[in-house]
Design a protein around this ligand. Structure first.
Ligand code: ADP
Length: 358
């Protein structure tokens, strides 16, 4: 094939792949940059927004694969990912400048829901996405404690200024009430505070807003789903049978409120002994994966039980624990699966002709 033919072929075939964020083709979105061809070598530039950064290696691999299939005589295919600035389209009736809103819930307390919500936010941010974290667990707001942040949010120009953990804006009832003060909320107050957190906080432009939900009850899920279109929910559970039953309840609660299920995370999965490196499955292991399959919900991955994680997060050092190599690798796998699910949702939106998923 002639060089120009190869280039045209690549532009047509690679251009049909979908952008993970919008679900539209790279060509439609003008995300396919230069295509350089030198005999049997090709160099393809693709522009991706920070929303897709957590899966950019997979996108690279898929572009390369599509190029090789389109032009089998190519011996070398190099894919270069360039950053694309794409501000969010204001979301829902609140006009929130956020691309994806993800609720993290559980059937009952104590399974590590807040830990996982915060750790996912850190892992997403470390991979290059812009992330915010909202504590909707108004009954037991633990994010400030886990992240070791405190302060009184100020109001500037009518907007509540969140407290930042590194680059991550965080809003929590924990900043507004004393930690030992029991918060007794009745329906309307709960609704009001959640609305205020979302509407009146200066979040800035975000790729992902992670919401730590209160365990069990559906009130907050209902309030949220009325305020803005949620991308979906993640349910955290531990491997014991009883915990799995609670997880089923959480899944059905999200389904009832028509919030799409992005997947289940198994927390406190096997324990790896720091001395002998042997793995002990204290609460069992793999139960959540099986249950997810049964429920027809994606399984996103597992986070091992880990003494350092507990000690560090109790001391306000969750970020250090989340960045420990073993935990960071587990979290990256979960984040990858999560962002892939978000991409599938975007692809499932009506966009005209069916295209191969990138
Ligand atoms: P929830 O939000 O479900 O109530 P938390 O996130 O507050 O749960 O976690 C409950 C306790 O379990 C905390 O002390 C936390 O440090 C600990 N924990 C959570 N996940 C793990 C884990 N993977 N390994 C060890 N301890 C954990």
């Amino acid at each position: 094939m002639e060089t120009t033919q190869i280039r045209d072929r690549l532009r047509t075939e690679v251009g049909q792949l979908r952008d993970p964020e919008t679900g539209r083709s790279l060509q439609t979105n003008d995300q396919l940059g230069a295509i350089e061809v030198d005999h049997t070598k090709a160099r393809i530039t693709v522009r991706l927004s920070s929303h897709s950064r957590p899966i950019s290696d997979a996108v690279k691999a898929r572009v390369e694969e599509a190029a090789r299939v389109a032009v089998p005589e190519l011996t070398d295919v190099e894919v270069v990912i360039e950053p694309l600035e794409r501000p969010p389209v204001p979301l829902g009736q609140l006009g929130l400048p956020v691309k994806s809103v993800i609720a993290v819930g559980s059937g009952k307390g104590g399974v590590g829901k807040s830990t996982v919500a915060a750790a996912l936010a850190i892992s997403l941010a470390d991979s290059g996405a812009r992330v915010g974290l909202m504590d909707a667990d108004v009954y037991g707001p633990s994010l400030p404690h886990l992240l070791g942040i405190s302060g009184r949010p100020e109001v500037v120009n009518g907007k509540i200024q969140p407290i930042y953990f590194e680059q991550i804006p965080v809003m929590s009832m924990g900043f507004l009430v004393e930690p030992d003060q029991a918060v007794i909320w009745r329906g309307p107050m709960l609704h009001g505070s959640i609305t205020q957190f979302l509407r009146d906080t200066y979040w800035g432009a975000l790729d992902y807003l992670i919401i730590d939900m209160p365990p069990g009850t559906g009130d907050v899920a209902l309030t949220l789903s009325q305020l803005l279109p949620l991308t979906g929910a993640v349910v955290v559970c531990t491997p014991q049978q009883v915990a799995l039953l609670d997880a089923i309840k959480a899944v059905s609660m999200f389904r009832k409120t028509k919030i799409p299920m992005l997947g289940i995370v198994e927390n406190m999965s096997g324990f790896v002994c720091p001395q002998c490196n042997k793995q002990y499955d204290i609460f069992g292991r793999g139960g959540a994966r099986e249950k997810a399959e049964e429920l027809g919900v994606p399984f996103l991955g597992e986070l091992p039980i880990n003494i350092a994680l507990r000690e560090q997060s109790d001391a306000g050092q969750l970020a250090a624990a989340a960045r420990d190599p073993v935990n960071a690798a587990a979290l990256r796998r979960i984040v990858f699966a999560l962002v892939e699910q978000v991409a599938q949702q975007a692809a499932a939106k009506p966009h005209g002709p069916t295209l191969p998923v990138l």
